[in-house]
Design a protein around this ligand. Structure first.
Ligand code: A3P
Length: 283
């Protein structure tokens, strides 16, 4: 039998073993506030990069000290539960991997959704799952093992497409900003400006401030984020790739067999039919 990561099953929704179960239950009960900003992603789609960009936008592009943790300021709702989030001063910025129907909703709150192509997401998720020993016990799992879990949607936070498609259907809502990891890689400046315009208030100053934008781009670069990774990730075994890893578009081609490529492409086409999503990543 194939090796499987260790999850707990919460009414059909899989969660990392290392997450306290109470966090998930209480997360679902969080009352979204009018001033809340939610950063929503499926795992491995550029969450931490965007999370740090939001933090840098709040701090004139100045970096987070190596002795601090990003999650103190922008916590992961399902990991910490609603009580911790409620202690944050408003306006709150909250990270979540929840699908649309489970995400706390307020029509005045703002939702930033970052998507990434499922092929690179899968590879990144494989390394993530191997690396977090305390969450998954999957250090000796192979790429093929993980592929089978992902394609069946039997991974933590559920099926990739069940997260992406309903959020994508809301991409033109006035309180939703949707963009992709690939666009961040291609033109980060335009994404920072989009975020500034979308959030307004204390984020708006960035839009016309070239030197702050440049500072944000430099301080959120892959090279800079590879330094002092304890700011966003717990320690991993020496032989595992670091949390901030390759940060590339298209490196899935080094992992997928032709058959795996075909199977995920077929699932992509089936799950996204009629949504327009097929134009985003499939050639
Ligand atoms: P790879 O594993 O493909 O390298 P998340 O934060 O949602 O878990 O996403 C993690 C992915 O984002 C990883 O992808 C990681 O390397 C990448 N990433 C993190 N910081 C980045 C940055 N500054 N620039 C580009 N990619 C980054």
């Amino acid at each position: 039998m194939n090796k499987k990561p260790n999850y707990y099953n919460h009414n059909g929704f899989l969660m990392p073993m290392g997450f306290p179960i109470e966090g998930f239950t209480s997360a679902l009960q969080y009352q979204a506030q009018e001033s809340d900003i939610f950063l929503v992603t499926y795992p491995k789609c550029g969450t931490t990069w965007t999370q740090y960009i939001l933090w840098l936008m709040q701090h004139q592009g100045e970096p987070l000290s190596p002795s601090e943790k990003l999650e103190t300021y922008i916590p992961h709702l399902e990991e910490v539960g609603k009580e911790t989030v409620e202690k944050l001063p408003k306006p709150r910025v909250i990270k979540t991997h929840l699908p649309y129907n489970l995400t706390p909703y307020n029509p005045q709150a703002k939702y930033i959704y970052v998507a990434r192509n499922p092929f690179d997401c899968l590879v990144s998720f494989y390394h993530h799952t191997r690396g977090f020993v305390q969450h998954y016990d999957f250090t000796d799992g192979t790429f093929d093992d993980f592929f089978e879990c992902f394609i069946r949607g039997k991974v933590d936070f559920g099926d990739y497409f069940d997260n992406l498609v309903p959020w994508y259907e809301h991409k033109d809502d006035p309180n939703v900003l949707f963009f992709t990891y690939e666009t961040m890689k291609a033109d980060l400046k335009s994404i920072i400006i989009k975020i500034g315009n979308f959030l307004g208030n204390k984020y708006l100053y960035t839009v016309e401030n070239e030197s702050i934008i440049n500072k944000i781009i430099v301080n959120s670069s892959l090279q800079k984020m590879k330094k002092d990774q304890q700011r966003w990730s717990s320690k991993r075994p020496e032989n595992m790739p670091s949390f901030v890893r390759k940060g590339k578009v298209g490196s899935w081609k080094d992992y997928f067999s032709p058959e795996q490529k075909q199977r995920l492409t077929e699932k992509f086409i089936m799950k996204t039919a009629g949504t327009g999503l097929e134009n985003l990543w499939l050639d």
